[in-house]
Design a protein around this ligand. Structure first.
Ligand SMILES: NC(=O)N[C@@H](CC(=O)O)C(=O)O
Ligand SMILES: [Zn+2]
Ligand SMILES: [Zn+2]
Length: 427
């Protein structure tokens, strides 16, 4: 029996902020109370620290199998723990693409064996994520898929998306959309805006996202499916989601920390650390994303953790890979920019980074710090001031536009199922 007592911290849930002690018994939260007298084997002093339910990221890329030079389940999960995430949902753009229940089951088993955090798997909608024929969605759900997405590519065919939604609605899980109309995308590598013009790079029009979103919202309305928007990036997309929600369409949306904190006015040189898909949009788009997050149009923050090797991210926007490493910097960035400044409350932070993501994908028990639940908990030191550096990353991907940025707040300890997986006390 292992009992861990976390003493003198401030417990933050999506509803409340309270001084309390937390007693963990084996893998469960036994008690949360101002004073706890029971025996324990280990004590963690959390004086001056915040205790959050473990963060939940509904959109990460672990590259395993197929691209393990970029990330493995092991390094990705260590990065998650380091960033304060106890549950992550992995996207299926790996090799082989897990098109069949057998392949997906193999991936889920490997995830379970190699990971220090909880991994939930999203399955591909169609064969190889790009073909016109649907996968066996029911079979994929049976072996553990928590949702479906062709992330990495948009669903080009309206008919395919309609057929997918008609099946997914029966399975009662979300369909998560990467929005990208390839006929409008062309050879674009950066937002079609001021940085593209300044640097002479091919632009990506916002219409590549918004036209597909408008189409999908109509299909979602018609089918009643739970439709989830991945990495929303434009002002117009926020307006479309807001209107659809008002009209009763079952839609949720996620935004990344980078789309909230960066815009294309900040891309000063041809530096692929700033290259991702969708691209960093304009200042006005960025402000609209923040407004959408605050008013509940956008439900959650997801990192879209997209690790790459140094070689993949070298050179120019024209040739480098899309994506940034996000799991380890998300919480300090969001805390520093939005909580410390009073834009979001601590409970709102837990809501958008833990509770809501768990609700979207129905991840039972995740995102809620309460007695009887699995002990997925993090301890966060809000006063620590530090600078994000290349050496900080546990991920194989050090590709981050935030390197060099000063932030407040550091994860001190991450506990998954009652086991310390990151932090001083794990020694
Ligand atoms: N976001 C990215 O820029 N890249 C992602 C793919 C994706 O999320 O669409 C990747 O897998 O590298
Ligand atoms: Zn995507
Ligand atoms: Zn992605």
């Amino acid at each position: 029996m292992t009992r861990i007592l976390i003493k003198n911290g401030t417990v933050v849930t999506f509803k409340s902020v309270k001084q309390a002690n937390v007693l963990i018994n084996e893998n469960t939260i036994e008690k949360i109370a101002p004073n706890i007298e029971e025996n324990f084997d280990q004590v963690i002093d959390a004086t001056g620290k915040l205790i959050f339910p473990g963060l939940v990221d509904v959109h990460v890329h672990f590259r395993d199998p197929g691209f393990t030079q970029k990330e493995t389940v092991q390094t990705g999960s260590l990065a998650a723990a380091h960033g304060g995430y106890t549950t992550v949902c992995t996207m299926p753009n790996v090799k082989p693409v897990p098109n069949t229940p057998k392949l997906l089951k193999k991936m889920i088993d490997a995830n379970m064996e190699k990971s220090v955090v909880k991994i939930r798997q999203i399955a591909p909608i169609s064969v190889d994520r790009i073909k016109e024929n649907l996968n066996d969605l029911e079979g994929l759900k049976k072996v553990g898929a928590i949702g479906f997405s062709n992330d990495g590519s948009g669903v080009q065919s309206t008919k395919l998306m309609l057929k997918a939604m008609e099946q997914v609605v029966k399975l009662k899980v979300p369909i998560a959309a990467h929005l990208e109309d390839e006929s409008l995308m062309g050879s674009g590598v950066i937002n079609d805006g001021q940085a593209a013009r300044r640097l002479g790079l091919a632009g990506i029009t916002e219409l590549a996202e918004t036209t597909q979103l408008a189409r999908d919202l109509e299909l979602a309305r018609a089918t009643g499916v739970h439709y989830h928007v991945c990495h929303i990036s434009t002002k117009r997309s926020v307006q479309l989601v807001r209107q659809a929600k008002a009209d009763g369409v079952h839609v949720t949306a996620e935004v990344t920390p980078h789309h909230l904190l960066l815009d294309d006015s900040m891309i000063k040189t041809d530096d692929p650390a700033f290259k991702m898909n969708p691209p960093l949009r304009s200042y006005e788009d960025r402000q609209a994303l923040l407004v959408g997050l605050i008013d509940g149009t956008i439900d959650a923050i997801a990192t879209d953790h997209a690790p790459h090797t140094v070689e993949d991210k070298e050179g120019s926007f024209e040739t480098a890979s899309f994506g940034i490493s996000g799991l380890e910097t998300a919480l300090p960035l969001i805390y520093s920019s939005f909580v410390k400044t009073g834009i979001l409350s601590l409970s709102q932070l837990v809501q958008i980074m833990s509770y809501n993501p768990a609700q979207i994908f129905k991840l039972d028990g995740a995102g809620q710090l309460q007695e009887g639940n699995a002990a997925d908990i993090i301890i966060f030191d809000p006063n620590k001031k530090w600078k994000i550096s290349n050496e900080f990353f546990e991920s194989k991907g050090h590709n981050s536009p935030f390197i060099g940025r000063k932030v407040f707040g550091k994860v001190q300890c991450t506990i998954v199922n009652g086991k310390i997986v990151f932090g001083e006390e794990s020694k």
